[in-house]
Design a protein around this ligand. Structure first.
Ligand code: K1U
Ligand code: ZN
Length: 173
């Protein structure tokens, strides 16, 4: 397994649409393992392959509450929303590609998602609460959408300007 660097906005690779996975093979399973290692190390509760510069439709999620709760990793390949509730839920979202910024985002409260698992089997699952939010947030990454794209352009541009300023202040390596 490998710990991989996470792209930070405004990186143009985060705005691209990811390609479907044609075959679930060892390369995809290695990508999933690397994504999980990178997500746990960050730490985060979700990660999408484009955040690592891999324009493939793969996401990982683990919303286990704390260090005491056993890990519960989920890997979803080619995920599709096949049902969303009329009822919405609002959560304060963060993103490892938008470090140190958080904002309320409203999305459907419950979802049903179809995907391929790491064996390439078709699966369907229903999610609500934080898990539904994180799956939708990660699926947005596959379309080149960041949570800040759900905010007003004023708030989004303010955050992007701060991220650029922080990047310029970083020492050259
Ligand atoms: O960058 C990402 O896509 C991961 C992101 C997922 C997410 C968090 C909250 C709402 C929607 C989506 C994160 O994991 S940000 C870090 C974070 O929220 C967290 C980290 C450690 C413990 C608990 C939360
Ligand atoms: Zn994110």
């Amino acid at each position: 397994m490998a710990l991989l660097p996470i792209l930070v906005a405004p990186d143009p690779r985060l705005k691209q649409i990811a390609a479907p996975v044609a075959r679930v093979d060892g390369t995809i399973r290695k990508l999933i393992d690397d994504m999980l290692e990178t997500m746990y190390a960050a730490p985060g509760i979700g990660l999408a392959a484009p955040q690592l510069g891999e324009l493939k439709r793969v996401i990982v999620v683990d919303v286990a509450k704390d260090d005491e709760t056993p890990r519960d990793p989920h890997a979803l390949i080619n995920p599709e929303l096949i049902w969303v509730s009329d009822e919405d839920a609002t959560y304060e979202e963060g993103c490892l590609s938008v470090p140190e910024h958080y904002a309320d985002v409203t999305r459907p409260a419950r979802i049903r998602v179809r995907y391929l698992d790491r064996q390439g089997e078709v699966r369907e699952t229903e999610a609500d609460g934080l898990l539904a939010t994180v799956i939708q947030h990660e699926m947005d990454h596959l379309e080149g959408i960041l949570f800040i794209d759900h905010l007003t352009s004023l708030k989004r541009n303010m955050i992007l300007r701060k991220l650029l300023k922080a990047r310029k202040a970083e020492p050259v390596t």
